[in-house]
Design a protein. Structure first.
Length: 642
């Protein structure tokens, strides 16, 4: 390079659409581009640029040094607005599906436990199909019409976990399904009935069915309460109230809230991984090696092209499919340990759930087709206590989702979402929470941070992939056999994949601190106190649960739920201290937070795409013709029209 002479024809003009990892290559940027052996390299100097013997010199200072900016490697393999080939889109989406669909099973298991449906397998199958179906539709709509970021909308456990306190109430006690049918059986025929007949609902009895007495009434209470809570959730987005909330809820509030959710989630992951630490690490290690240690490497892949025949291309397939490859390896190891009986076949052993032969009957008994529909479990009922219980996670969900949107934007290298995109995203979450109530799902929908972590690992941020992902989930929900297949994933494999996604997400939570002054003792003390008390208060509350007895059962349950929730306690403390302890807006990070970035440290050049990706192209052109559209919070023209 140093001995090569620059020729006139070697210089090429920069393109307005070229961006190399943050370097703005626009014609007025003052940068010069040289084409060397077919490769573009850019040279930049502070003032006037001149080439002498192929070197870039400063004519003002007559410096003889060369300033070279290396073209950095692209940080994402596929950006948000880019579409991979259809076969790769399918594989990338399948990777997300394998990780996400089993999470739906966890939520369904909680609902079944709460509604006395533990042994009613056909009801759980219907509930599972409903959950996956709604998650798929909501994910597709969120990526297409909502916030328009690659995010997964799945069932929200925060709506279900607090309700487990209801199990202590007499009306929520669950008698054994076998005892129920044996009670009025004079001839003793039902007592000898097989487990399969009872769990599938094939029972010849004159008395009301078990699910009509104990299961469906509880589900119907969830339906009406969730319908109203989801409507309030939707109104928060539609009315633009969120903008006022954001003035008081900043990064100092968001960071402790999300960290406490993640810490609580760790105890759940232990239950999955302890079934076989060997299988967990056999899944985890390949994912880390392929996605992190081999980051930037390309593997040779033989391909065939029409007219060219077979040839070798180099592509980072190992990285973009690292999670899927890790799952395949871990699942194979679990199969080997099952065949050799290394894993215990005892149902009371924790190793039982990492065997590959423990849930084969689920595939056999699953129906081929099932299409969920509104009112499938009967008309809606309403409970004030359950509604109040749902309101708390609704507020927490709004804050969590905002933080997830910001984290996703940072991961995919785009500007933080503007107000209209956030409003649409929150409104859509609320809409589908109400729809979930109509379908009898028993839970709301929310953004999953773990899937954002997977984007960071695989560097595939394509919106099209998540649209295919949503379509896959709808297809899987309707084809019952496919749904059952995902249920058979060993617990240890699920635990390992969630470690990867959850771990990456926790790292993203800390990235919100870039907005605040981390050298400020005030900020660090508030965050520390919020996390500490967020851990301490729930521990004390669980040990002294009787203290919160108000004499009104519904109020007592609500207070108990609030006091035993780490993220709620941390959120309230952090928000109170951040808004009452003296501190400047810039020190608190509120200026950069509300503006979508730090005006000094963050510029357009840090992003791989612009803020226009949040707009709905066809709709925006139409809305610009109507001035009233700038007053509607969910429209892309919101507060942008003159």
């Amino acid at each position: 390079m140093e001995n090569m002479e620059a020729k006139t024809e070697d210089f090429i003009p920069p393109s307005e659409n070229i961006y190399d990892n943050g370097f703005d290559m626009k014609p007025d940027s003052g940068k010069v581009y040289l084409k060397v052996n077919g490769k573009e390299e850019n040279y930049v100097n502070g003032k006037e640029d001149n080439y002498v013997n192929g070197k870039l010199c400063d004519t003002e200072d007559n410096a003889e040094h060369q300033v070279k900016i290396e073209v950095e490697k692209r940080t994402l393999f596929y950006r948000v607005s880019e579409s991979p080939p259809i076969h790769l889109s399918f594989l990338f989406a399948l990777q997300q599906s394998v990780v996400s669909i089993p999470k739906c099973l966890f939520i369904v298991a909680l609902i079944a436990e709460l509604t006395c449906a533990r042994d009613v397998e056909y009801f759980k199958a219907q509930m599972f199909s409903t959950t996956v179906f709604l998650a798929g539709i909501c994910t597709f709509c969120q990526c297409t019409f909502g916030v328009r970021l690659p995010v997964y909308q799945g069932p929200m456990s925060q709506y279900v976990l607090p309700l487990m306190a209801l199990k202590a109430l007499p009306d929520w006690q669950c008698p054994s399904i076998y005892t129920y049918y044996q009670g009025d059986d004079a001839n003793g025929t039902i007592g000898n009935m097989s487990l399969m007949n009872i769990s599938t609902g094939i029972i010849d009895s004159e008395q009301p069915s078990y699910e009509d007495v104990h299961v469906l009434p509880k589900i119907r209470l969830f339906q009406g309460s969730l319908l109203l809570a989801g409507f309030i959730h939707m109104l928060i987005g539609l009315t633009g109230v969120l903008g006022y909330l954001m003035r008081y809820v900043g990064p100092i509030t968001v960071v402790p809230t999300l960290l406490l959710v993640s810490i609580k989630y760790a105890s759940v992951l232990v239950k999955f991984c302890e079934s076989s630490w060997i299988v967990s690490f056999a899944t985890l290690c390949p994912c880390i090696i392929l996605a992190m240690y081999l980051d930037g490497k390309k593997m040779p892949i033989p391909v065939w092209r029409p007219g060219k025949g077979f040839e070798i291309i180099h592509y980072p397939l190992h990285q973009v499919l690292s999670i899927l490859i890790g799952i395949a390896i871990g699942w194979s190891i679990a199969g080997i340990l099952t065949v050799t009986n290394f894993l215990s076949a005892d149902k009371d052993s924790v190793e039982f759930y990492s065997r590959t032969d423990t849930r084969q009957h689920v595939i056999a008994s699953a129906p081929w087709f099932y299409v969920p529909y509104p009112g499938q479990f009967g008309p809606c009922s309403f409970s004030g206590g359950i509604f109040i219980t749902f309101l708390v996670p609704t507020i927490v969900s709004v804050i969590d989702s905002i933080a997830d949107y910001y984290a996703c934007a940072r991961t995919v290298k785009v500007p933080p979402p503007p107000a209209h995109a956030i409003n649409r995203g929150i409104a859509l979450e609320g809409l589908f929470s109400s729809v979930a109530g109509l379908f009898g799902a028993g839970h709301a929908t929310t953004t999953y941070g773990g899937n954002i972590g997977i984007i960071g690992m695989t560097k595939v941020a394509s919106r099209r992939v998540f649209q295919v992902f949503g379509a896959q989930m709808v297809f899987v929900a309707i084809i019952g056999k496919f749904t059952a297949f995902f249920v058979t994933v060993p617990y240890a494999v699920l635990g390992a994949t969630n470690i990867i996604g959850g771990g990456a997400f926790i790292g993203l939570v800390f990235s919100n601190l870039c907005y605040v002054d981390i050298k400020s003792t005030r900020n660090m003390t508030i965050i520390g106190i919020a996390i500490m008390l967020g851990l301490m208060i729930p521990i004390w509350s669980e040990e002294n649960i009787h203290v919160f007895d108000t004499g009104i059962q519904e109020l007592t349950n609500t207070v108990r739920i609030l006091m035993t929730s780490p993220n709620f306690a941390g959120m309230v403390i952090a928000c109170f201290l951040d808004n009452t302890v003296p501190g400047t807006m810039k020190e608190r990070g509120m200026i950069a937070w509300l503006a979508g970035g730090d005006e000094e440290d963050i510029s357009e050049q840090d992003y791989e795409e612009g803020v226009e990706l949040y707009e709905i192209p066809a709709l925006t052109k139409i809305l610009r013709q109507f001035r009233i559209s700038k007053y509607i919070p969910i429209f892309p023209t919101f507060r942008k029209m003159d």
